[in-house]
Design a protein around this ligand. Structure first.
Ligand code: PMP
Length: 309
């Protein structure tokens, strides 16, 4: 059934339209060929304010995704920041929200050449809670490999890329796991279906590099920077599959999943099969920074209401 809570409006090409009116034609280019770029952003309610986390950074990545594929972008990242704030205020959202900017190619051709097709940009926002409704997750290594950068660069957050994630996710669920990790075409650890992955060995955080077919997550970047500030060693390097089985801790990091402890991989318990100390520390740190309970990095939090419009 439908499990997206509705909001009042959707921002489309410069104006707010009622949620129910946000429909599109079946000849939409992006629907046939996956030629859209998108973002996933969270807004956190705290002390009567709503803080959007790393809003401009997400809009910049949206533009970068479009640039990688040569898709046109009708709006600058700064314009889309304003659009998002306008939408959240019009919707009067005061609880935790998920924000989905989507830049897509519309009606105009059955062919692949999209230069004649009208580009559109939408910003959608709705109340949103947890992505994983449990304290930790059990993962499998997918039998599907992560898409390779030689064919469809995973550094771009392109709609079509998500067929790869859907294959891995559905396979994992079918086998009784919560989600999957994917290896790159060289057999090194890449990422989850919608999250980056960190392992902990000997007190250091280790995460795969951009060359391992990952989307360079904004949560991943946040964790790397906070860890360095805390004096926690961080290594960005290739991770072999067997290292997962030797890890003291493993966790997922993404906007939707936030920091999610991994309790087992392929049925093998990680650490003691419970969230580890460094994972718990990073999770608490992340949660206090996104809600502004920890005052560090105020530039990462855009308040929706105090600034007025
Ligand atoms: N990898 C993939 C494939 C994703 O879809 C996401 C979610 N955008 C991430 C990683 C994590 O990125 P972020 O932390 O920016 O949400």
């Amino acid at each position: 059934g439908v499990n997206v809570p509705e909001a009042k409006y959707i921002w489309l090409d410069g104006r707010l339209i009622p949620w129910a009116d946000a429909t599109t034609h079946l000849m939409t280019h992006s629907l046939h060929y996956g030629t859209a770029v998108f973002e996933g952003i969270r807004g956190y309610a705290s002390g009567g304010e709503l803080y959007v986390f790393r809003l401009l950074d997400h809009m910049r990545r949206l533009e970068a995704s479009a640039r990688i594929y040569g898709f046109p972008m009708r709006y600058r990242p700064e314009d889309l920041v304003s659009a998002t704030l306008e939408l959240l205020r019009a919707d009067e959202l005061h609880e935790d929200v998920y924000i989905r900017p989507l830049s897509y190619l519309g009606y105009g051709t059955i062919g692949l050449v999209f230069s004649e097709v009208e580009p559109h940009v939408a910003v959608i926002a709705f109340p949103y809670g947890k992505y994983f409704h449990k304290e930790g997750v059990n993962l499998m290594i997918s039998t599907w490999r992560r898409i390779c950068q030689e064919a469809t660069p995973p550094a771009a957050k392109v709609s079509g890329h998500y067929v790869n994630s859907v294959l891995a996710k559905m396979e994992a669920l079918k086998h009784g796991f919560d989600d999957a990790l994917m290896l790159d075409s060289n057999g090194y650890l890449s990422e989850g279906t919608g999250e980056n992955v960190f392992i902990v060995r000997d007190g250091a955080l280790i995460t795969p590099p951009s060359s391992a077919g990952i989307l360079e997550g904004i949560t991943r970047d946040t964790i790397i920077r906070l860890a360095k500030e805390e004096g926690i060693p961080v290594e960005v390097r290739d991770v072999a599959r067997h290292e997962l089985y030797l890890s003291d801790e493993v966790f997922l990091a993404g906007t939707a999943a936030e920091i999610t402890p991994v309790l087992s991989v392929d049925g093998r318990p990680i650490g003691g099969g419970a969230p580890g100390p460094l994972t718990s520390r990073v999770k608490v740190l992340y949660e206090s920074v996104v809600r502004g309970r920890d005052p560090r990095h105020p530039e990462w939090r855009t308040p929706v209401y105090v600034r007025g419009s």
